[in-house]
Design a protein around this ligand. Structure first.
Ligand code: FAD
Length: 420
């Protein structure tokens, strides 16, 4: 019997990292990385940030140069969606060859298909100038329309929407953000952080409307969007609209193959689906998180990359056990570097520590006395130390009374705990 073969579906963050991690662990079998996009695997985070302003040029987006895949003997097939998965026959079908699918056999399969943006079914949603932002093509189309003086309407105040608002202000656009929830980043950040970021955006001239909904988009007779109609009858100028209302995991291949899905491809603690030869990672996977104490789907570079390395380990037979990496995330808005460590959903109190006026502070999020995580603004040391302490477990973490002391310093706290 020859060396086993691996097929990775999705040449994004998680897929590319899986292929690279397999080789760095000494996997000697065939690796095929199949991607629907016509591009080398690239980083998405700059698409709402530096790529739009020009500070991150297109050639810096690639995760690795083409020569890397050649040198590592990773067969990279781009511009080619996988159309079918047959777990029984351990085969996938590629959309290629004049409509007749090409088939590939695998011993191990990794689903790293990511997610697609959710689109609100608004009247006018198909007008020119209405965008979503997930991939390079979206970013290219959007970039061409972000002209100084134009009015940008961002629907949804999640991370991508707020990053975009911040970037567009830098580019000289008039920006309105409309959020149906009670505040910005309701799903993903504490009220304390949300309040601070809202004030930062408003200070830069962005209009943020919460508890408001866009009911319709109206064009100007040429088929181009010009105005958004909100609940209550208000009309907002909108030469460009971006829907930043979340994503839907791409689960259709798994679902059609009979694998269990439900807001993500369902996997166990080792990131395996119901079929032992098939793994799922990254934005498309729902996994049991020891940090949340429940199944979770995360959308972050950290999650896709760490899960990729974990699956590569499992395929090579040297996995240390269940996937348990501490989740973390970063965002850049209004000139601030915001870093989140841990799963803070479900916190019932927050303690803010540091220099808020000086824009260097952390929000510590607790459930009772237990620290769930921190949200750090321009305080990378708090972020890094929290990640370390969360990885060490319960004993290591400071409680709310400790953090609330005026002289509290996480670095000093950690130093004091280290054995002399
Ligand atoms: P992806 O990187 O999306 O890759 C999935 C790939 O699979 C895609 O290329 C897709 O075309 C392909 N695919 C899908 N179906 C098929 C098929 N049937 N056949 C073949 N290929 C297929 N995260 C952070 O941590 N920090 C940030 O600041 C940040 N900013 C972001 C900004 C933007 C604008 C976006 C869109 C995302 C951002 N993220 C950020 C999230 C992060 O980029 C994602 O969580 C990460 O890319 C997920 O990796 P993935 O491999 O799961 O999916």
């Amino acid at each position: 019997m020859g060396a086993p073969s691996v097929v990775v579906i999705g040449a994004g963050q998680g897929g590319a990292e899986t292929a690279a991690a397999l080789r760095s662990r000494g996997f000697s079998g065939r690796i095929t990385l199949v991607g629907a996009e016509d591009a080398l695997p690239y980083q998405r985070p700059p698409l709402s940030k530096g790529y739009l302003t020009g500070s991150t040029p297109a050639d810096e987006l690639d995760l690795r140069p083409r020569s890397f895949y050649e040198a590592q003997d990773i067969e990279l097939i781009t511009g080619t969606p996988v159309t079918e998965l047959d777990p029984g026959g351990q085969r996938v079908t590629l959309a290629r060859g004049g409509g007749r699918g090409v088939r590939l056999r695998y011993d191990h399969l990794v689903l790293a298909t990511g997610a697609r943006p959710r689109v609100l079914p608004l009247p006018g949603a198909s007008l020119a100038g209405v965008h979503t932002l997930r991939d390079l093509r979206d970013a290219l189309a959007l970039r061409a329309e972000l002209r100084p003086g134009a009015h940008l309407l961002v629907v949804g105040a999640g991370f991508v929407g707020l990053e975009l608002a911040s970037t567009a202000r830098l580019l000289g656009l008039e920006v309105t953000v409309v959020e149906a929830g009670a505040r910005v980043m309701e799903r993903s950040a504490s009220a304390a952080l949300a309040e601070h970021l809202t004030a930062e955006h408003r200070a830069r001239g962005t209009r943020i409307l919460t508890r408001r909904e866009v009911l319709a988009l109206h064009g100007d007779g040429t088929g181009r969007v010009r105005v958004a109609e909100l609940d209550g009858g208000e009309r907002v100028a909108a030469d460009v609209v971006v829907m930043g209302v979340g994503v839907l995991p791409r689960t259709e291949l798994a679902a059609d193959a009979g694998l269990p899905v439900g807001d993500g491809v369902l996997v166990d603690a080792t990131l395996r689906t119901a079929d032992r030869s098939v793994y799922a990672i990254g934005d498309c996977a729902r996994f049991p998180s020891p940090h949340a104490g429940r199944p979770l789907r995360l959308e972050s570079v950290q999650n896709a990359s760490d899960q990729a390395r974990s699956v590569a380990g499992a395929i090579c037979g040297d996995a240390p056990g269940p996937y348990a990496a501490v989740p973390w995330f970063w965002t850049e808005q209004c000139g601030l570097r915001v870093q989140l460590a841990g799963i803070t959903a479900g916190h019932d109190r927050t303690v803010v520590s540091g220099d808020v006026a000086g824009r260097r502070f952390s929000v510590f999020c607790f459930a009772g006395d237990r620290l769930l995580g921190t949200e750090s603004v321009n305080r990378p040391a708090d972020h890094m130390i929290t990640r370390r302490l969360l990885a060490e477990g319960g004993e290591a973490l400071p409680g709310p009374a400790e953090v609330a002391r005026p002289d509290f310093d996480l670095k000093a706290y950690q130093r004091a705990r280290q054995p002399q």
